[in-house]
Design a protein. Structure first.
Length: 127
């Protein structure tokens, strides 16, 4: 285990966060992760907080946030702005509304499929 504050190479960050190296590079490219320092040999050296950031991103995705939305929250949080809580509240409120809408659509689809299935079962029993 590395002492606190020791820079991590990309493989170490990947193992600790359970994110792929490709994902880490992609997040860096789109700005979710800050550009790391580099060794004279060109190896990326990430601060230990990178692992925490990746774990946050993964949890936010599990809750249905897009990478763009996660970027908005992390940008706001990095700036230390007070409205970050308002932004997160608005994003999650919108996600709840989206989920409720999807649930209604799925319930309608379920009912329709049951009707179709019921029709087929009746025809089969008449034979």
């Amino acid at each position: 285990m590395e002492p606190k504050g020791v820079a991590l190479q990309i493989g170490q960050v990947a193992r600790k966060s359970k994110a792929s190296i490709h994902t880490i590079r992609y997040y860096e490219k789109i700005g979710l992760l800050k550009k790391p320092a580099r060794t004279t040999g060109g190896f990326r050296l990430y601060p230990p907080e990178t692992v925490e950031r990746l774990l946050f991103i993964q949890k936010a995705q599990e809750m249905g946030l897009t990478l763009k939305e996660i970027g908005e929250i992390t940008y706001c949080g990095d700036k230390g702005l007070g409205p970050c809580c308002d932004l997160a509240t608005n994003l999650f409120s919108r996600k709840v509304q989206e989920l409720e809408s999807k649930i209604k659509e799925l319930e309608k689809m379920k009912s329709r499929l049951k009707e179709i299935l019921g029709g087929w079962a009746k025809r089969k029993s008449k034979k």
